[in-house]
Design a protein around this ligand. Structure first.
Ligand SMILES: [Zn+2]
Length: 163
């Protein structure tokens, strides 16, 4: 099991690598965004002191089930994220980050790794989920329904604030 709370800058100073799993039962926002998830997320996070700021480089992976937009049947998707994060305390710090790093706000000492993992997975969710091969909707079950146009509900969902 991955620990939930860590002192991120201390781990970074040591160049520590954490790997383990997070039970998806702990990730309620992810659960609400998908039909089903595997029992656990596989996580590897490499902390590094970095040149300008402490960095975290991660690999995060979990299988989820979404609804195929063409045929409305369940479709299994491997969600994967490979974040490259720079630890910052403020928006001013974030503005100084090199372009290869995304800001990870750690204003105090402790960082919630479960929240980090969940946030990355939510960002990795596809806007439209579809079967890659054998989709029953491929031949257009309903000829009146355009299969390529994005539904207005999806567009609205995307416009909602992410955090
Ligand atoms: Zn389908």
């Amino acid at each position: 099991m991955l620990p939930r709370w860590v002192v991120a800058r201390k781990l970074a100073a040591r160049g520590q690598v954490l790997s383990g799993s997070v039970a998806t039962g702990e990730l309620s926002r992810l659960a609400a965004a998908v039909l089903e998830t595997e029992a656990a997320v596989e996580v590897e996070l490499a902390f590094a002191p970095g040149d300008e700021v402490a960095e975290i480089h991660g690999h995060i992976r979990v299988g989820v089930t979404l609804t195929c937009e063409r045929c409305l049947e369940p479709v299994e998707i491997a969600l994967a994220a490979a974040p490259a994060l720079g630890l910052v305390r403020s928006d001013e710090d974030a503005a100084q980050l090199p372009a290869r790093l995304e800001p990870c706000f750690v204003p105090t000492e402790e960082l919630d790794l479960f929240d980090l993992v969940e946030e990355e997975l939510l960002l990795a969710l596809p806007i439209v989920a579809r079967h890659q091969g054998a989709c029953r909707g491929l031949g257009s079950l309903d000829p009146a329904a355009p299969v390529t146009a994005e539904s207005p509900f999806r567009v609205l969902e995307r416009l909602k604030p992410q955090r």
